[in-house]
Design a protein around this ligand. Structure first.
Ligand code: MOS
Length: 738
């Protein structure tokens, strides 16, 4: 199905199943412990052996010598895989050959060996016996130290343009009566998902490989695993039905999958590998630190005339930038503007996508700058944002937004949150020992379109099965796909079974970039519409006229049970949703919202407590308000983490993240999170998909940290531009600290 014209009224608009706050259909499996995660899967032929990864002890250099004899001779050991005996690994799209390092070492905790033994304990004990001697080389680890040597990277499909310019920014900025020139920093951050990267690998007699692994993108994973192991793609099967959080860290095949496959080949047994928690922060990808400079120029009336956002980040050679300027190209009006990204080479672990890459850290800077500028103008920060709203792409004014309800989000949120009570002058509101402040930020995240396919089967009993390689990373995919199929076929939810996360199933959009919900449901819709045609043909009715409702097909004055179409044999249909560029690129698709936060800051210790949070989101049709709300409150929680806690502590001499476990890498826990409210504006976007839906999960994080920082400023009068906003940074500037 080509989506090449705005959606009109269609079967989804019945809204008998779609749009309802239904419980997750996979919920009972998870709460009863019967959902098999990759590491828990046992049903394979042969005794499973266990692999433990040895990570490099230097950040850059080479292995001078490695002695595996003691490990090899240790009890229960079946194999020790290293770069010397693994054979040449192919380069996947994600440079997967580097997932097993040696002799060259590219980053700290890069895998240099996998020890496989009969039990996990034996493997772990033997891994300690691997002797590695390194020749360390000098590396670059500190972004601020190498910033001036950073270069503008080549644009590609992931980054988009790396520089943009409209009008005369420098001239307009110099002439602006009110100016702001501020620099913010965001730290390296770790995904910190609950389930570690984990894989069970099994080789079949015919040389085919099956891996049960935690992965967000099945088809990418199959492709990269096949390329890495120099195998045809059709000999690799990847199965990932349940995933305990991904956050971008499981978009790609990582060392667990490649090493489990190599270990299983060497040991001639199925092999399980879970990356040890202390390895994950340095072995896998992370969100890279940024330095962001924002300049705003405005007239005395508060209208922006000049907008500039520059961002610096680092990555390994051949890597890419954090696209932190994305939202600044689209969020506010202003005739003269420029954005640019600069990339430095750093010998740290790979920087890559994490929880709304680009916009999440970008909004941490832009939305504080907007708060600072509003103050300089003597304006309310909501009024300032609304004044500078735009209904067209500010870089390409001929392109409208398909839907843009930023103003409505800000206004409704202000009303609900009691924004009127906010004191414009900071430090004016007290509650006992707490200084209380309110903060606001816009929310913005683009809506990305991806081809997505599915197959549907209506069996002779009238049960419908949906097959797609889509993943459910805790987001609710199973549920919204069942809702979509049930609605389109006019069936109750109980008659629909959804099977996901298996590369034998049709290729979907996968889970990433908040594109999963809208695109995968559109793919299932396309397959169901193809099935409806077959049903209509069997029943001898006109497919265009037929209505599918309550298990019946109503057409031409006749009402026939759907099961009559499959009385003697089942029907199967497969299709995918595709988005021809001539249509999809006519207008800009983005999602909008507003975040409101109330904080208390302890007058003596500067401890920050978030007291209230509200998110108002405008993101097309909300397919399931319960699962969507869960996505947004999770995202708001991550935003609090980004504002107050999350920070990979970098050892700048040795080049590794020191706090590489969940004890030392701090994320919010229940006690840190107060009442959270989420409101979805009534919106359908006919330009997005046949379901008129868009993504919402990552919208929920974008802007939250800035709203927290702005609330802290409102409470204390202290502006911290260096995330996370920890109490030591506040204390220095508090009047009573002197
Ligand atoms: Mo998301 S960070 O693209 O999984």
């Amino acid at each position: 199905m080509k989506f090449d014209a705005p959606a009109t009224t269609n079967p989804i608009d019945q809204l008998k199943v779609v749009g309802r706050p239904l419980n997750r259909i996979d919920g009972p499996y998870k709460t009863t412990g019967t959902a098999p995660y990759a590491y828990e899967h046992h049903e394979v032929p042969g005794d499973i052996a266990y692999g433990v990864v040895v990570g490099a002890g230097i950040a850059k250099g080479r292995i001078a010598s490695m002695d595996t004899r003691a490990a090899q001779a240790a009890p229960g050991v079946l194999a020790v895989v290293t770069a010397r005996n693994a054979g040449k690994l192919g380069k996947g799209k994600m440079n997967t050959a580097k997932l097993l390092g040696g002799p060259q070492i590219d980053h700290y905790h890069q895998a240099v060996a996998l020890v496989v033994a009969q039990t996990f304990e034996q493997a772990r004990a033997a891994a300690e016996l691997v002797q590695v001697r390194y020749e360390a080389a000098r590396g670059a680890f500190d972004l601020s130290a190498v910033k001036d040597g950073a270069k503008t990277p080549e644009p590609n499909e992931n980054t988009g343009p790396t520089e943009t310019s409209v009008g005369d920014f420098e001239g307009a900025y110099a002439a602006a009566p009110v100016q702001l020139d501020v620099t913010y920093t965001t730290p390296d951050q770790s995904h910190a998902m609950m389930e570690p990267h984990a894989t069970l690998a099994v080789w079949n007699d015919d040389g085919a490989l099956t891996v049960w692994t935690a992965n967000q993108m099945i088809d990418w994973g199959v492709g990269d695993l096949a390329r890495t192991l120099n195998m045809p793609k059709d000999k690799v099967r990847l199965i990932s039905p349940f995933i305990g959080g991904g956050f971008g860290g499981k978009l790609f095949v990582r060392a667990d999958a490649v090493l489990a496959a190599l270990g299983a080949r060497a040991a001639k047994r199925p092999v399980k590998v879970a990356l040890q928690r202390p390895l994950i922060a340095n072995n896998t990808t992370h969100r890279p630190a940024t330095i962001q400079r924002i300049r705003l120029g405005a007239g005395k009336d508060g209208r922006l005339t000049a907008v500039a956002h520059e961002s610096w980040s680092g990555d390994l050679p051949g890597g890419g930038p954090e696209t932190a300027v994305n939202q600044t190209r689209l969020l506010y009006a202003g005739a003269n503007r420029m954005t640019g990204m600069k990339l430095a080479v750093l010998d740290l672990p790979e920087g890559n996508a994490m929880r709304a890459p680009g916009e999440a850290p970008g909004m941490m800077a832009l939305e504080v700058a907007m708060d600072e500028m509003a103050e300089r103008l003597g304006m309310d920060p909501i009024a300032f944002r609304i004044l500078n709203d735009t209904q067209v792409d500010p870089e390409k004014p001929s392109r409208p937004f398909t839907q843009r309800q930023l103003t409505q989000c800000l206004q409704q949120g202000a009303e609900r949150f009691g924004w009127k009570a906010r004191q414009a002058r900071p430090g004016q509101q007290r509650d006992g020992r707490w200084l209380v402040g309110l903060g606001v930020a816009a929310a913005f995240r683009n809506n990305l379109l991806q081809t997505s396919g599915a197959r549907v089967r209506l069996d002779t009993k009238g049960m419908l099965t949906v097959d797609t390689d889509m993943t459910d990373i805790g987001t609710g995919s199973y549920t919204i796909l069942a809702q979509t199929a049930a609605e389109t076929m006019g069936l109750p939810l109980e008659r629909v079974t959804v099977r996901l996360g298996d590369s034998l199933l049709p290729v979907s959009c996968g889970s990433g970039g908040q594109w999963g919900a809208a695109n995968s449901t559109a793919g299932v819709y396309a397959a169901c519409m193809a099935l409806r045609k077959q049903v209509a043909e069997r029943l001898g009715v006109d497919a265009e006229q037929a209505q599918f409702v309550d298990g019946q097909v109503v057409a031409g004055g006749r009402t026939v049970p759907l099961t009559q179409a499959v009385a003697d044999r089942e029907l199967v249909a497969e299709d995918k949703i595709e988005y021809p560029k001539e249509f999809s690129e006519k207008a800009q698709q983005s999602t909008f919202g507003a975040h409101f936060v109330e904080v208390g800051v302890d007058m003596a210790t500067c401890e920050v407590r978030v007291r209230r949070m509200l998110a108002v989101c405008a993101a097309g049709r909300i397919l399931n308000p319960k699962t969507a709300r869960s996505q947004v409150i999770g995202a708001m929680t991550m935003g609090v983490g980004a504002a107050l806690m999350e920070d990979l502590a970098l050892d700048k001499r040795r080049g590794f993240f020191v706090n590489h476990d969940l004890a030392a890498y701090e994320v919010p826990v229940h006690a840190d999170i107060p009442h959270q409210e989420v409101v979805f504006l009534d919106e359908t976007d006919p330009m997005s998909t046949p379901l008129k839906a868009k993504g919402v999960g990552e919208l929920g994080i974008c802007g939250v940290a800035a709203a927290v920082a702005n609330a802290i400023y409102n409470a204390t009068g202290v502006r911290v531009r260096d995330y996370p906003v920890t109490l030591d940074k506040l204390l220095k500037h508090m009047p009573m600290a002197a």
